[in-house]
Design a protein around this ligand. Structure first.
Ligand SMILES: *Cc1c(COP(=O)(O)O)cnc(C)c1O
Length: 409
């Protein structure tokens, strides 16, 4: 069936999440398909940052640690993120980067696994996950084992201390079944660290229903927490006696005793390390609050509808230009992004940017488009594909300026 402008207008008219678009500051004309790398700016964040700087910082100064509750921001915001992810209050902490939280979650898991020395993950994951694991293995005299994605379950055995997996793959968008993988790992006594960077705010996640052990994820992607936003870490309550190794003073039972000896806090607080980045926390909280106002199941439904429209239109409008859809075809197995391989992916993405459509390029040949239902309309998707078609028709991607690689892609 050919999709007409009328179909698209009908889909937008029936969209229960359409009003969220007004909550975001998005330049007229821009089609932003990169919210899975850096989410858009919620308008309310502008007011919050202004308050955080001119009142809490300038006027309150150090009294704002209590007066503006800066001191509890990691647990307060952590609880809100936990609500999105099926965690209980007191199981999630906001702070650090995802990379650092991967380290903490891995070390905590290893500390619970007397006699087991193997860290297991899949090849082709987002590199920082594997890099952090490789560094920990060198430092902690552990063995890092990286196997093909489909060989992970078979590689679980009595030597493995912890399995690190990303729930939604950053390139292919493939979704791992968290409950099933966790159950299989537990059968072999293996603990699992889930990376939820492309899950949080993107798909429905229920950590406790999945019996998850540990999880980490980003604040600046679907949670719209701002560039370099603090990340988060989940530790199931049954694992709160674990040792995350990075024993900074904010993880101490009584940081303001200034005691000479480290004594870990009870509960999730022991997963804190140093002073929280308060300004980043303030921005993150607005993004999370906004996400909490949306119904996750409506969000997921719209994400699927937008993605299916994208894929159908690519076939109808760009079918003759050689794009290969590299994500699972079944929407239930795909996260909130679509990706296509094309030999000229890099130059095409540059040409698209010049036409005010932003997606991203992932080496070696992938064009990736984030689907963020809070601020994308069906018309945006149709317009984005139309501009891509026009670039292909005119071959305007075929210019030297679009072929020069930039440092950040
Ligand atoms: C985006 C992403 C990260 C980012 O880690 P940072 O420490 O924030 O740079 C890590 N893992 C995965 C799977 C990601 O998608």
């Amino acid at each position: 069936m050919t999709i007409t402008p009328q179909h698209i207008a009908e889909m937008d008219a029936a969209d229960p999440l359409a009003h969220f678009r007004d909550e975001f500051a998005i330049r007229e004309g821009l089609i932003y398909l990169d919210g899975n790398s850096l989410g858009c700016l919620p308008k309310r964040t502008v007011a919050r940052m202004n308050r955080a700087v001119t009142q809490e910082w300038a006027e309150g100064l150090i009294t704002s640690w209590l007066g503006a509750d800066w001191v509890n921001s990691p647990t307060r915001i952590g609880d809100k993120i936990g609500e999105l992810l099926g965690a209980q209050a007191g199981e999630v902490i906001a702070g650090e980067s995802t990379s650092i939280n991967i380290f903490k979650a891995l070390t905590a898991a290893v500390s619970l696994q007397e006699g087991r020395r193997v860290l297991l993950t899949e090849t082709g994951n987002f590199p920082t996950d594997n890099y952090m694991m490789q560094g920990l293995a060198r430092f902690g005299d552990l063995e890092c084992r990286e196997v093909e994605p489909d060989a992970v379950l078979d590689a679980l055995d009595e030597d493995v201390a912890v399995l690190l997996l990303t729930q939604v793959h950053y390139k292919t968008a493939r979704i791992r079944d968290m409950a099933q993988v966790t159950a299989k790992a537990h059968e072999k006594g293996v603990l699992v660290v889930w990376d939820l960077s492309h899950s949080a705010g993107a798909i429905e996640v229920d950590l406790n229903a999945s019996n998850a052990d540990f999880a980490v994820g980003c604040g600046y992607k679907f949670l719209n927490g701002g560039p370099g936003a603090p990340a988060f870490l989940f530790a199931a309550r049954r694992h709160h006696h674990a040792d995350p190794v990075l024993s900074g003073w904010f993880g101490h039972a009584r940081p303001f005793d200034f005691d000479g000896q480290f004594e870990p806090a009870q509960g999730i607080d022991r997963f804190q390390c140093g002073t929280p980045p308060v300004l980043g926390m303030s921005a993150l909280e607005e993004g999370v609050d906004l996400m909490l106002e949306a119904d996750m199941s409506a969000l997921r439904q719209k994400s699927i509808a937008l993605s299916e429209l994208f894929v159908d239109l690519m076939e109808q409008r760009c079918g003759e230009y050689g794009f290969e859809f590299i994500c699972p075809k079944n929407s239930a197995e795909r996260g909130s992004q679509v990706a296509f391989a094309h030999p000229e992916a890099y130059a095409m993405m540059q040409a698209l940017k010049a036409r005010d459509v932003i997606g991203d390029f992932r080496a070696p040949d992938i064009m990736r488009f984030g689907i963020t239902p809070l601020y994308l309309s069906f018309a945006d998707i149709a317009q984005g594909v139309e501009r891509l078609r026009s670039i292909c028709q005119s071959r305007e991607w075929d210019r030297a300026e679009y072929r020069t690689r930039a440092a950040v892609t």
